[in-house]
Design a binder for this molecule. Structure first.
Ligand code: ZN
Ligand code: ZN
Length: 306
C-alpha cells in the first residue's frame, strides 16, 4: 500500500512538470464550486472600498473574528489535534463558524492537515511551499484528486484519516452541503444591508482570513526562527502569529502538535490560547493538553533563540 502510494505520488510529480497540468485536468464539482467562490469573494473584496459603510465594516470585523477563531480553535487545535475538549454544542458552533472561512469542510481540512504533519516537507505533504506559492496559497483547495493522491487515497472524498468525523452526522451534513452555507449567508447579508454588507462581511472578511492563513502556511515553512530543532522546516514568526490569532508559532506547534498553546513563552502572543484558557476558566474546556517539561527536554532547543 505504501509502495503504491509512493508510486502514485511519483506519477503526480511527473504530471506536475507538464505545462498546464493544473488547468487541463479533470475538475470535479467541489473543485469548480471552490474556485467559483474564490473568484466571487475576491471580486466582492475589490468592490468593498467603493461601498464604504460603517455597519458593514463592524459586521465584517465581528464575522472575521468568529470565522478565524472557528478555524484556529475549532478546525485546527480541536479537530486536527484534539488538544482539549469542549461540549459538543460548542464544538459544532466553533466548527460551523470556521466553515465560513472558505478552507473547505472539516473532513477535507482535517484529513489534509493530518497528512501535512505526517509527511511534512516530503513530496507527500499536501500543503508545502515546495509546490510553489500559488498552489500552497489556494491551488490545494481546488484540486481534490491531487490532494487525495498525496494523502495516499484512491480518490477524492475518501478521507481515511478522519473516521471520527465521518461517524458524526454533523460533519457528513457539512461536507454534503458545504457550499450552500456561504450561499445562504450571502443571501441573508444582501437582504439585511444590500451590496455593502455583501462586499464587506462576505468578500473582504473571507479574503483577508484566507490570505492571512495562506501566508502563514507559506511563511511558516520558509522564513523565521527555529527555537526547536524539529526534523522539518517549520518556523516561528511573530507577525504571522499576530495575523493568525497565534498560529504563527509554527515551529512550537510542530515540536508539540498536541499542545493547545502554541505561543509557549509569556511574550508569544497567542489569542487562540487565551480563548481556550477563558473557556477552561468557565469550565467549558477540559483535558487541555500542554507540553510537559520531560517532553520539552526530548527536543533539542536552541538556547537564546526566539
Ligand atoms: Zn507545518
Ligand atoms: Zn497542526
Amino acid at each position: 500500500m505504501a509502495a503504491t502510494g509512493k508510486l502514485a505520488v511519483t506519477t503526480l510529480e511527473f504530471e506536475r512538470k507538464q505545462k498546464g497540468w493544473f488547468w487541463f485536468r479533470k475538475w470535479d464539482l467541489e473543485d469548480v464550486s471552490s474556485i467559483c467562490w474564490f473568484t466571487g469573494i475576491h471580486v466582492l473584496a475589490a468592490c468593498a472600498p467603493f461601498v464604504f459603510h460603517r455597519g458593514a465594516i463592524r459586521l465584517c470585523v465581528a464575522f472575521a473574528l468568529l470565522s478565524a477563531f472557528g478555524m484556529t480553535l475549532g478546525y485546527h487545535r480541536l479537530l486536527c489535534h484534539r488538544s482539549f475538549k469542549i461540549p459538543k454544542w460548542l464544538e459544532y458552533f466553533f466548527v460551523y463558524c470556521g466553515s465560513h472561512a472558505f478552507q473547505r469542510d472539516p473532513m477535507f481540512y482535517v484529513n489534509t492537515h493530518k497528512n501535512h504533519h505526517k509527511y511534512t516537507d516530503t513530496n507527500r505533504d499536501p500543503v508545502t511551499p515546495t509546490d510553489g506559492f500559488w498552489f500552497c496559497n489556494m491551488g490545494w483547495l481546488f484540486n481534490n484528486d491531487h490532494i487525495a493522491t498525496k494523502c495516499g487515497e484512491s480518490r477524492g472524498g475518501e478521507y481515511s484519516k478522519v473516521p471520527e468525523l465521518k461517524a458524526q452526522w454533523f460533519y457528513r451534513f457539512l461536507h454534503d452541503t458545504y457550499f450552500w452555507h456561504p450561499t445562504a449567508l450571502a443571501a441573508l447579508l444582501y437582504l439585511r444591508g444590500g451590496f455593502p454588507y455583501l462586499a464587506w462581511a462576505m468578500g473582504m472578511r473571507a479574503v483577508v482570513i484566507h490570505h492571512f492563513a495562506a501566508l502563514a502556511g507559506y511563511v511558516s515553512h520558509k522564513w523565521g526562527e527555529r527555537p526547536w530543532n524539529t526534523p522539518d522546516t517549520s518556523t516561528n514568526k511573530w507577525w504571522v502569529a499576530v495575523l493568525t490569532l497565534g498560529e504563527g508559532w509554527h515551529n512550537n506547534h510542530h515540536a508539540f502538535p498536541r499542545s493547545a498553546r502554541h505561543g509557549l513563552e509569556w511574550w508569544q502572543f497567542d489569542p487562540t490560547w487565551l480563548l481556550i484558557k477563558f473557556l477552561r476558566l468557565l469550565g467549558l474546556a477540559t483535558n487541555v493538553k500542554l507540553p510537559t517539561e520531560a517532553q520539552k527536554g526530548r527536543i533539542p532547543h536552541n538556547v537564546g533563540s526566539t
